[in-house]
Write a protein that binds this ligand. Structure first.
Ligand code: MG
Length: 296
């Protein structure tokens, strides 16, 4: 796949064929000094139960090269231990502590604000429930609920009107409203399904104000990862499939960002994106990452 510098873009825009993936404004020296690669999961490593092409080889290549490899996801439905098993089964063995999920980050946020035993109403699935319970909180998952100090929300495929009522009343009674993520959609094998953001929006509509947001595009999860690795933002590269979360996060955090076209966002959308969602690089697949980082 041919790559072009930013200076080529004006030529490309005159052509009628669709834009090809390209390097935007990046010289070779811009790519020097990268010590850590942070991969998004859905739409980058796999899509539903389907492993995406070149994921295994690219992760292996990065590790063999001595780069710190971590995984960062807004998905709150499973735990870090589940992710470790899941990626292991795909042939990418990874310890649980190499994953940062919006469920785990939500649990860390609660730990920083609350006390063990505080009651948390969880509108979400097992990942969010288990990560919060593991921090010592009392997790409530169904009405009736009282004495709730926090309402933590993520994707919940069993969401129902009774839980909407319970969340609304707990928040209006003074519980803090926390969203693990606001993703509008979630990629599965055959397309998209409604994401955690749709459930957050239902509760937000009922209470009339917005939650504290934990997941991408806030920099909270990435900051935690970088500090754990001991890596400055300019030494890291984030690889994601969504302009409004992964790439915006990279731009906001001062981390270089590559959009890979195997998930949500397209090359056309990347080209039309506002400055704060504009990737440094666009890759057709993960096979383009090693050459980007200087593999011979
Ligand atoms: Mg994704």
């Amino acid at each position: 796949m041919a790559r072009h510098d930013m200076s080529d873009l004006s030529d490309a825009s005159d052509r009628s064929d669709p834009p090809s993936p390209r390097l935007w404004g990046a010289s070779r020296s811009d790519r020097a000094g990268i010590r850590a690669v942070i991969f998004d999961l859905d739409g980058v490593i796999y899509r539903g139960r389907r492993l995406l092409p070149h994921a295994v080889e690219t992760v292996e290549w990065a590790r063999n090269r001595g780069l710190a490899v971590r995984f960062l996801t807004n998905n709150s439905t499973i735990t870090r231990a589940d992710y470790s098993r899941h990626l292991g089964a795909f042939g990418i063995p990874t310890p649980p502590e190499h994953f940062m999920t919006s469920a785990y980050a939500t649990a860390l946020y609660l730990k920083s604000r609350g006390n063990a035993g505080d009651r948390v109403l969880v509108v979400g699935e097992g990942g969010l429930r288990d990560e919060i319970a593991a921090m010592g909180f009392e997790v409530l998952t169904a009405p009736p609920v009282d004495g709730v100090r926090y309402v933590a929300v993520g994707m919940d495929r069993a969401f129902c009107y009774d839980m909407l009522c319970a969340a609304m009343h707990a928040i209006l009674d003074g519980a803090e409203f926390i969203a693990s993520n606001r993703d509008a959609t979630y990629p599965v094998e055959n397309g998209l399904v409604p994401g955690g953001g749709t459930i957050v929006a239902a509760i937000e509509t009922a209470v009339g104000f917005s939650p504290a947001l934990i997941g991408k595009p806030t920099t909270r999860m990435l900051d935690l990862l970088l500090s754990e690795i001991g890596c400055a933002p300019e030494q890291a590269l984030i690889v994601g499939d969504r302009l409004d979360t992964d790439i915006k996060l990279g731009r906001d955090a001062g981390v270089r960002a590559a959009l890979v076209l195997t998930g949500i966002s397209s090359a056309e959308e990347a080209q039309a994106a506002p400055e704060d969602m504009r990737p440094d690089w666009v890759l057709e697949t993960l096979a383009e990452l090693p050459p980007l980082l200087g593999a011979g």
